[in-house]
Design a protein around this ligand. Structure first.
Ligand code: SF4
Length: 288
């Protein structure tokens, strides 16, 4: 089995191997949420803002217009909630614009995808932005839309920026001088220096451990402080009942049944569309 490890996948596996299995192997969907749509819409608007051919920024009105056209509407409880998230996204972009407009410069990369063959797995991901500064140094930037800043300890242990550092070396043979999380909601950057070789060895070991765990089918539930918000809590044996092979098999059966129901619905929808298309083409034919 080819193992593809992105930053999100490896952090899911480290936090709870069973949640990883539900999402990446059993294919259970993470339901849409206002926060996911809000974050994705802001990312799309900023990708457009920097993905230009000319070294001039678009106007604020153009940026806000772009937000409107790429806005994702999934996961909101009602129109009022969606409106309030949209207003907030506009405010976030306005602050971002005022802070960044005057030193706008075309990045060397925007939404840069990578797939790096590692020892027994493929390391994958997307880097939001890479800037080249006038002194020739590089900065990797990842946009964050978290409401709260993580503790410093968590930031130090986080794998995302070191993974991007490794990707920069593989993609372009460079080591960025700065690795930055840009917290859009407070319009602040938090930058770190690149990791040294010893530290990168530790990062690779963590990635390899996760890949080995996945390959050998180790997916125990690992209850943690995020369980109350876990999208798979309904099918998780440690939430429904504790431990045991029977519970584990039961949970897998429930998860696959859930997936089958979703697939049945998707197939039904596609069949309806096909039927509509066929009846449309018959009408056209009749009319000729
Ligand atoms: S509810 Fe907790 S233990 Fe169960 S799958 Fe989700 S994160 Fe893991």
């Amino acid at each position: 089995m080819e193992i593809r490890l992105s930053y999100t996948a490896v952090s899911t596996y480290e936090r709870c191997p069973l949640a990883y299995r539900f999402q990446y192997l059993d294919g259970l969907e993470v339901p849409p949420s206002p926060y996911l749509s809000f974050g994705r819409s802001l990312h799309s608007a900023l990708e457009w803002f920097y993905g230009r051919d000319v070294p001039e920024p678009p106007s604020l009105q153009e940026l806000l217009g772009r937000l409107e056209s790429c806005w994702e509407s999934e996961g909101f409880a009602d129109e009022e909630e969606e409106r309030s998230f949209f207003r907030h996204a506009r405010e976030v972009l306005e602050s971002f614009y005022h802070r960044n407009r005057d030193h706008f410069r075309l990045p060397v990369a925007v939404e840069q995808r990578f797939e790096i063959p590692m020892d027994g797995y493929l390391l994958t991901g997307v880097i939001d932005r890479v800037d080249r500064h006038p002194d020739g140094s590089y900065e990797v930037i990842d946009y964050k839309t978290n409401r709260r800043l993580p503790e410093l300890r968590r930031l130090r242990e986080d794998l995302q920026l070191p993974i991007y550092q490794m990707a920069c070396r593989e993609l372009w043979g460079i080591t960025p001088s700065k690795l930055t999380f840009y917290y859009l909601l407070i319009n602040q950057k938090f930058s770190t220096s690149p990791r040294d070789e010893d530290s990168l060895v530790g990062v690779r070991e963590r990635l390899t451990r996760a890949a080995e765990g996945i390959r050998s089918g180790r997916f125990p539930p690992k209850p943690n402080h995020l369980c109350p918000w876990c999208p798979f809590a309904d099918v998780c044996p440690s939430r429904v009942k504790s431990g045991g092979l029977r519970e584990e098999l039961e949970s897998r059966r429930r998860a696959l049944l859930l997936r089958r129901r979703k697939l049945d619905l998707m197939i039904e929808e596609l069949e309806n569309q096909l039927r509509e298309m066929e009846s449309g083409s018959w009408t056209q034919k009749d009319g000729v």
